[in-house]
Design a protein around this ligand. Structure first.
Ligand SMILES: [Zn+2]
Length: 272
């Protein structure tokens, strides 16, 4: 089922950690951002689009994590885009003979059988520094940054005043740092500043996982993510409901502890 977010912007929510697939209506077809998780869900979404008379004109993956780079044959063979660094990261993954096993290790066991791997990651990189998605529809600005994953991009659908955030600005997930990056905490704070710069142009924020935030929510979510990152950086215990005793996802406090551990290990290794 597709939910209305703004004029010509719809969302399909997966039952897997409230993953949002975003549909943007263009002149003749739609832009499909982060297509979905299970085969059945994607087939149903393709069917909904067919009934609306809106074929998929282009796809976009906000970042190279498996849950954002799946595809279903029923979506057709529209071009699938990502940033240059997102596509390079996927090409690197797919160049390994055992890529499927590597991805399978990270899949949630209860969904693993329903996640189609055949068309995973077949993303064409846009030119480095590309500022817009090339397609026949509303202008979609690419806000690329270094937080969470290589080549991560948020998308600003300018005329619709919607920010598609990828895996940030979620009401259910605290910041997941890119622990392989040179400066995971600094990168995260820098990306939040980029979102702050466009906040006046946004009425709705769609996170990769979680609820769509309405007017005013963007700044609140930026503040919540920033407080978490700064607390982690400065050695404070974050007062963050997403990892508190009544966290909506009971496994998140463990991810938080794991992040702290990894950051501490990195610091130890960097000390001469
Ligand atoms: Zn995700």
């Amino acid at each position: 089922m597709l939910k209305h977010v703004a004029e010509g912007v719809l969302v399909h929510v997966s039952e897997f950690i409230q993953s949002n697939s975003i549909v943007v209506q263009g002149r003749d077809g739609v832009l499909l951002i982060d297509p979905g998780i299970t085969g059945d869900e994607m087939a149903a979404l393709a069917n909904d689009l067919r009934e609306l008379g809106r074929p998929v004109a282009a796809g976009f993956s906000t970042h190279p994590d498996w849950d954002h780079v799946l595809w279903h044959p029923d979506f057709g063979d529209a071009p699938r885009y990502g940033t240059a660094r997102c596509a390079a990261s996927l090409q690197d993954l797919l160049s390994h003979a055992d890529w499927e096993a590597r991805v399978a290790e990270g899949l949630p066991p209860e969904y693993a059988d329903e996640i189609p791997m055949d068309l995973l990651g077949l993303v064409t990189g846009l030119p480095a520094g590309a500022t817009h998605i090339p397609w026949d529809g509303p202008t979609v600005r690419i806000i690329e940054h270094h937080a969470h994953a290589p080549g991560h991009a948020a998308l600003l659908i300018e005329d619709r005043r919607v920010l598609v955030a990828g895996d940030m600005l979620s009401d259910i997930l605290m910041p997941f740092l890119d622990l392989a990056a040179a400066d995971p905490l600094g990168d995260y704070l820098a990306a939040l500043r980029l979102f702050e710069n466009v906040a006046d142009a946004v009425d709705a924020v769609i996170p990769g996982h979680g609820s769509v935030g309405g007017a005013g929510q963007l700044r609140a979510r930026i503040e919540q993510d920033r407080a978490y990152v700064q607390d982690v950086r400065d050695g404070r215990v974050p007062d963050d409901p997403r990892i508190g005793p009544s966290a909506p996802l009971d496994w998140l406090p463990d991810v938080h502890k794991w992040q702290l551990l990894r950051l501490a290990e990195r610091q130890q290794n960097q000390t001469p």
